[in-house]
Design a protein around this ligand. Structure first.
Ligand code: PEP
Ligand code: MG
Length: 556
């Protein structure tokens, strides 16, 4: 196993990819191949269609009637907001929320006022919109963290508004009138969230495994490949086969070959859907299969409980703190409906700031006050949340398991455990996301009842590679031996202490990695609901000894 798996292979060529995925054959297509990072389940094949390019702003034109330009500005923003709202109405869950949030940004009276002010001063509508969006973008970017991430969403809205003002079709998803594989440099949250049923799969040239594209595609069960260099050179209409698991792309398939890929995927999904029962290897070694959720709406049958309840997802857009009662209601709803639940206390900061906390901007947010560290500034927030979790458990009769994100030292673990236990919370644990914590797993387990390894952040901090940075996606590959060593170290500590150590990062939902993680000794795997059937099947096809063999090989 190389220490740096390469994410892309450049232009299409005729050599089959060295898949590195022994469980699955490469495409048997007659054309060339590309590779990227597979970020979801399943395979699909169909004609590639690229997203319409954003409009190019022409030189400013002289304005005879500023009032008309001002009205054109309003009409453009209204049209963009209406389009997004219409798509939100046709979507559901997380997708609908994202589209609604974007519609609200397009509807922002301050944005309208700014753009109309510029139009009244003599700018044409397209330039007024362009300038107003640029101003808003700079404001968001300066705030850093999650809000800076949202700056990219503004570009997408700007392109739509400017295109409307120029009388051009809004850039966005193609509508060829038949099923297709969507190809793009990158996809905005609005585009990913609004994908219609005619999209068979998606492939982007940029993006990382934890990008919005990846998370939303996984949530919808769409085959998706990101960081696929060379995909933008593939002409529209070329039939491509996409493997969302391995990241392999077959370019230039025949219609017959495409039909075979589609049929094989249908058969595979049907087989997976038929799987039932708890997670276990073929020789009966139990591995709990758990869900990662952001709210009760994400709960699905078929798993053995919730391994990661990302409570911050409940409050991402809040500008006022959620009350104790409100929190009790949200937690109780999950406790009442799931078999067992591990609640993670608020993981605020960097890519997930909570506006209601009012934390100051930081030059280096991923290394700053995030996760449990917020408690250093705002201890009441954790106290209220622990009170609410304890009360929700009392009300529902559930046994609450609670863990803190971004625990780094034993002292932090001890302090957290003391406060949780004082409220009668049954089981207290920590996420292992920082290498310092992994190295001290045994010591942490003297204070705690369990550990849950967050491979997304553990990879980010082990390889010093921003998890949002598409150019560094290869460093975040969870097969990296250094990461596996840390996971093995935690699992060993758990075994010695007789306490559970699970994985709840995205790696747990990868059916190729899951057996390896089991071989390393983890006792549970927590993942997006859509990933459960494939992971269950992968484990059921191997003995514990097979899993251990894979782990040993990967470490070597
Ligand atoms: C992780 O870091 O692996 C994790 C599960 O937490 P999040 O992705 O929410 O940061
Ligand atoms: Mg994390």
């Amino acid at each position: 196993m190389p220490d740096q798996p390469a994410p892309g292979s450049g232009r299409p060529d005729s050599a089959p990819p060295g898949s590195g995925h022994p469980d699955r054959p490469a495409f048997s297509g007659s054309g060339g191949f590309l590779t990227g990072l597979g970020v979801s389940q399943g395979r699909a094949a169909g004609p590639a269609m690229r997203m319409a390019a954003p409009p190019t702003l022409p030189p400013p034109r002289p304005v005879a009637d500023p009032a008309a330009e001002s009205s054109a500005v309003a009409a453009a923003l209204e049209a963009v907001a209406a389009d997004l709202s219409r798509r939100a109405a046709g979507a559901s869950g997380e997708a609908a929320d994202i589209l609604e949030a974007l519609a609200m940004i397009a509807d922002d009276p301050m944005l309208l006022e700014d753009a109309q002010g510029r139009a009244r001063e003599g700018m044409d509508a397209a330039h007024a919109l362009d300038a107003a969006f640029a101003q808003h973008r700079d404001t968001l970017a300066a705030l850093g963290g999650y809000l800076a991430e949202r700056a990219a969403d503004l570009d997408d809205l700007k392109h739509r508004a400017v295109a409307f003002a120029l009388g051009l079709p809004m850039p966005g998803l193609p509508s060829p009138g038949h099923p297709y594989v969507l190809v793009a440099e990158d996809l905005s949250p609005a585009d990913t969230a609004g994908l219609g049923p005619d999209v068979l799969a998606l492939v982007t040239e940029r993006g990382g495994p934890t990008s919005h594209t990846a998370i939303l595609a996984r949530g919808r069960g769409l085959p998706a490949v990101v960081a696929c260099k060379g995909i933008m050179d593939v002409p529209d209409g070329t039939v491509v086969g996409v493997d969302g698991r391995t990241g392999e792309l077959a370019v230039g398939l025949t219609e017959q070959e495409a039909a075979e890929v589609q049929e094989a995927d249908r058969a595979e999904r049907a087989r997976l859907a038929a799987g039932r029962g708890p997670g276990r290897t073929s020789d009966g070694h139990p591995v709990k299969l758990l869900l990662n959720i952001g709210s009760a709406a994400d709960l699905r049958p078929g798993a053995e409980g919730v391994g990661l309840f990302r409570t911050e997802f409940l409050f991402l857009d809040r500008t006022t703190a959620p009350s104790f009662e409100e929190q009790v209601a949200a937690y109780a709803e999950v406790f009442a409906r799931a078999e067992s639940v591990i609640v993670r206390t608020l993981d605020a900061g960097t890519d997930k700031p909570l506006p209601f906390l009012g934390l100051p901007g930081e030059p280096n947010p991923a290394l700053g006050v995030r996760g449990l560290r917020v408690d250093r500034l705002l201890p009441d927030v954790l106290d209220t949340q622990l009170d609410a979790i304890a009360e929700a458990a009392r009300k529902t009769g559930a046994e609450a398991w609670v863990m803190a994100p971004m625990v780094t030292t034993t002292a932090e673990a001890t302090g957290f455990a003391k406060r949780a236990r004082a409220r009668g919370i049954a089981r207290v644990g920590a996420m292992i996301e920082v290498p310092a914590a992994a190295l001290r797993a045994g010591r942490l387990l003297r204070e705690l009842d369990f550990l849950s390894i967050g491979t997304n952040d553990l990879a980010q901090y082990t390889f010093a590679a921003d998890r949002q940075h598409s150019a560094l996606a290869d460093l975040l590959d969870p097969r990296q031996p250094a990461l596996l060593e840390l996971i093995a170290m935690c699992a060993r500590a758990g075994r010695e202490a007789g306490k559970p150590v699970g994985v709840c990062g995205e790696a747990a939902g990868d059916p190729l990695l899951a057996p390896l993680l089991v071989g390393l000794g983890v006792t549970s795997l927590s993942m997006a609901p859509v990933c459960v059937p494939a992971v269950r099947e992968a484990l059921a096809g191997l003995t514990l000894a097979d899993c251990r063999e894979r782990a040993t090989a990967a470490l070597a």
